[in-house]
Design a protein around this ligand. Sequence first.
Ligand code: PMP
Length: 436
Amino acid sequence: MNNAFDPASAAGLSERSRKLVERRTALLGPAYRLFYNDPVEVARAKGVLLYDSEGHEYLDAYNNVVSVGHCHPRVVAAISEQLGTLCTHTRYIQEGILNYAEDLLGTHADNLKHVMFTCTGSEANDLALRIARHYTGKRGIIVTDEAYHGNSDLTASFSPSLGAQSPLGTWVRRVPAPDSYRVAPDQMGPMMAAHVAKEIEDLERRGEGLAAFIADSMFSSDGIFSHPTDVLGPVRDVVHKAGGLFVADEVQSGFGRSGERLWGYQRHGIAPDIVTMGKPMGNGYPVAAVALSPDIVKNFGRDNRYFNTFGGNSVAMAAAQAVLNVIRDEKLQENSLRVGKMLRDGFAELAKRYEQIGDIRGSGLYVGLELVKDRASKQPDAAAAAAVVNGLRARRVLISATGANANTLKIRPPLVFSEANADRLLSETEKVFAAL
Ligand code: PMP
């Protein structure tokens, strides 16, 4: 995993950290990972700030789940009030879920008229692909090279970013992400569509056929590729021609993250057949969803029943409604656009002085800085990325790294990140680059 703490280096930690890390390993087992060479202990948070047990403040430029800010009072109040009134599941009539469903679907493409609720993005993608397979009668799934879509058996099977030891389904095919740093923008859409067409041919030849193509329109785990935005249209055409479904995974790029539009797929001017959502949807309360066209889920509903004990419960809906209201009332999409641009402009200034910054990407408050050994070769520099991530952590500013080569700085703060916060991030980053 990118930016993972290596337990072999625990001896170098403070006594408190070392003991906590040992206790974690003893209790939680070997599969968990911590961030940073010196893992951060967090005790409380507010807005874009995290605090450790000694009260030290950290600037959070990484966490997208708490997109309206850590512990937003309106979300906290909505959750607490609902928890003290009623918290039960979807087998009773409740108006809250209907009001939220109406509100949420109103923000989406016209064809998306139903929404089904889950607790996690993994569950949403799992359900989306089960429905796509039922609808198409096919098994094949196409994803990008370093995609991550979840941790269930099905979704892990089409999440290559879990690493070479994590098995992929025999019905999974991978295509390169749209690497705008290395491929000319006008070639990108046709190139990606051609890759997808080739993989469809292979799936058909092996008797799998295509159920769905699924992608995060910002290609987060592939290294954050936000432009050009005429890439997914040609892909959708090829997918539809083969009878497959286009699934937009909005777990990362949705709810205003891109600044430009509420949903990432809207930036590509397409209407997906299925959209999955999660992470920031409840600002930390587990709530996720699948929105889809009625014709796609019609026979699935005839042949199956859907129940999810916690998905769509009264409190989940109250949390999600409060989040959507705050995004609109506080104009957070607009803030994302403005502050995101300010960050990219600031990094462009830094890039004039630091050759390692090869490329600056992203949209809104999703920023990727690809670090390279030199700009001529564009050779990935994972060591520089790790040094910047850990250098910032030492200065109590939290970001991480992404991409197949772990060389792209991943900056993805809560959407309430202000201009002053951006200034602080830029000046701290400058100091870290100066010390490299
Ligand atoms: N899709 C994408 C694009 C994601 O980034 C993630 C989480 N990192 C998921 C799906 C899975 O979501 P969850 O962790 O809520 O299961």
